[in-house]
Design a protein around this ligand. Sequence first.
Ligand code: TYD
Ligand code: MG
Length: 467
Amino acid sequence: MAKRSIAFVCQNCGAVYGRWQGRCESCGDWNSIAEEASGPPTASGPAPKAGRGRGRVFPLEGLTGEQKEAPRVASGIAELDRVTGGGFVKGSVILLGGDPGIGKSTLLMQACAALGSGGHRVVYISGEEATGQVRLRAERLALAHAPVELAAETSVEDIVATLSSGAPPRLVVIDSIQTMWTDTVESAPGTVSQVRGAAQILIRYAKTSGAAVILVGHVTKDGQIAGPRVVEHMVDAVVSFEGDGAHQFRILRAVKNRFGPTDEIGVFEMTGLGLAEVANPSALFLAGRDTSSPGTAVFAAMEGTRPLLVEFQALVAPTALGTPRRAVVGWDPSRLSMVIAVLEAHAGLKLGQHDVYLNVAGGLRINEPAADVAAAAALVSSLSGAPLPPDRVYMGEVALTGALRPVSQAAARLKEAAKLGFSSAMAPRAGLESAGRPPIAIEAAGDITDLVAGIAARGGGRSRREG
Ligand code: TYD
Ligand code: MG
């Protein structure tokens, strides 16, 4: 018998304490520590079998082993396969996180149906909904006749026993990991130990059977996959499904991927018939753009290997407050502060008496520093009241010295802009030689003053808003 002990475990981050306390020192969360009866918390994997003194000798293999079957099975949903790196790897475990109601169950039902229709055995285990509800969703998606095996179960021992009794499935969906529980852990379902224990058993099943397993994970208010961060370390890939309630777009993003890239995104649109793939996201993100108003600039972004055009919207308005407001949606607030500081220090703009709002249209989140120039252009345009040319894209990183720094993969960005009918690009002078012959006209800028001068020269004049 393994030694049982009482431990106090943070339900947010999984840190273990010897006694109860109000605040977790590891993640800073209040009231997240709960008493759990469990085996030694540091032990990973099953307790060692009693009475086994010596280890078993196993053969070691070389790197150039024979690969008999294709290790991946593609779902046929291109946007999903792009994020996983070409399909589900056999024996791998993917954790899919996302806000409630974002469409995780819908996406996975569609993936199951696609694989099932391709002749693979797929099993969908729901711990949250009754099979009737899952069937209703499948009916709504017009997938009721897809060969997907269903069950509403929460005991992982029963699930593994059931799955092991037949031919190993290609794909098993567990919706969600927080509802699963195992006999081997004594604490209540939903606690960190339970989730960790259940995940361990399912991961072991995936590795031994070769089935790809997808675990659905709930996300807390601050965007972390709820419960144990440890599960994120245990699985092969962590994929998050994002979007906001006001928009129909959903972005699937790999946060960690042992078998593929982590910077690819998949773009979906939630429709009455489930999630539809968006093959041309730029057109979608630019739809309904108001080209005549000042304060908007189109950024030629890059998400993984895919170029994407998005609109940056800025509003610069005189403030009524002592400390002006700076609010950002979809971009890094500290990057905005930096761009504002550079505009003030090097281009002579005065924003100290202005509120600044910046928004990335469509609910997309941009992480690239290459967006600096687009943000700066939108800010200057809003401040000066001069609309930017509607057929121009912006890209480039702004250095603290005011210099514009080159962007990566400029050629791909310019090509996408040309494809969508843009005729010119404002880009840093540096690094353009390597991009080859550009498909559209380039207005090169050396530093931030060039950029500001170029915009201010376009009618309106900077004094309009300042007067
Ligand atoms: P769901 O997949 O249940 O979300 P999750 O599993 O992430 O909690 O999706 C629920 C939402 O999606 C719900 O608000 C309704 C919407 N939806 C559609 O708009 N169209 C559809 O075809 C389906 C099935 C759901
Ligand atoms: Mg669900």
